[in-house]
Design a binder for this molecule. Sequence first.
Ligand SMILES: NC(=O)c1ccc[n+]([C@@H]2O[C@H](COP(=O)([O-])OP(=O)(O)OC[C@H]3O[C@@H](n4cnc5c(N)ncnc54)[C@H](O)[C@@H]3O)[C@@H](O)[C@H]2O)c1
Length: 371
Amino acid sequence: MSKPEIGIGLVGSGFMGRCHANAFRSVAGLFDVPAEPRLRVLADASDEQAAQAALSLGFARGTGDWQDLVADESVDIVAITAPNVLHAPIAHAAIAAGKTVYCEKPLSTTAALALEMTEAAEASGIVTLVGFNFLRNPMIKLARDIISSGEIGEVTGFRGRHAENYMADPDVPHSFRTDPQGGGAVADIGSHIISMARYLVGPIARVQADCRTIHRTRPKAPGASERAPVEVDDMTHALLRFNSGVSGSLEANWAATARTMDLSWEISGTKGAMAFTQERMNELQLWSGTQGRSGYTRIESGPAHPPYGQFCPAPGHHLGFNDLKVIEVAELLAAHSGGPACGPDFREAYEVQRTVEAMQASHAEREWVCV
Ligand SMILES: NC(=O)c1ccc[n+]([C@@H]2O[C@H](COP(=O)([O-])OP(=O)(O)OC[C@H]3O[C@@H](n4cnc5c(N)ncnc54)[C@H](O)[C@@H]3O)[C@@H](O)[C@H]2O)c1
């Protein structure tokens, strides 16, 4: 008997749009999903762009109007990979139409808007999921299980970092990321390491942050010679105090020369410690201190760490970035079809956004700010 179909509408076909399309195309071949995704409508900034992207990414049709996508009755899940400023209006329209909403991070441009989205979604009872895909890594799940098992004792410290180099060149032009509504490095990639900190250690109670703009001007647009001021941070450093009392620190930096994907952390406990970097995403470093030896032991990912085995039966052959999105989509399809709830949902993404804003407020006020 053939499985039911789920209609997918995707808004945006850039970096993340391609990644979402790949995940929806391949998930049914890797996971026992309750229903088969069908790529129905792709919306982009113009009809022409959308038609071209629909053709290359395998969607039945393209449209230059995302409202047309949301109104299409054959679309069950609206995936939002457009610039941040569009997340709220698209999500609200999709919620009103009773669709499942799968939105990229950061959820919105302000915590207030993120809360409105969250409350609207909760009132309508729809399924929501936000693209904090790095949490989908089986090594991260393993780290959380190790913490829960008590193997490293009581957690005492968290040091996290998300550092990349994509804005290190002062001639990288303005984009939605450097728009004040884009939120800067602290919202763009800080949101990822904040979500990771919350996933592993729990809610953050207060922060003291220092935000800094390294490149004060950038070209106004791609190819433009005229430059415009930059009003957002290139790097933010923050001290953290978690609700549990754990203390720590965090860095968000998109101008980190030489770094391409250093979403990394180290967690210390009273009996052991763990360390991870996304640049070596198939490894978790563990020191459990039981044999009296110093130094980390490297745990390599493999079928023993679900859902690795869905992709490959052999250990050490490695998952990649796009696979995390496939795992995310598999969980989304299950939740959409009445299976276990998936997360991070809008409420969790709102909590992440509150933490981002607390860091910005702390920088402005030069003091600790409660989240
Ligand atoms: N989860 C992750 O790891 C991750 C990584 C990168 C980006 N993101 C997030 O994904 C989102 C998109 O980022 P990106 O890097 O893909 O950007 P991008 O610039 O590569 O793509 C944005 C897409 O949105 C389209 N768009 C612009 N205006 C539109 C409109 N009015 N209607 C429909 N489409 C429109 C653009 O044409 C483009 O196709 C952002 O919110 C970003 O924070 C998440």
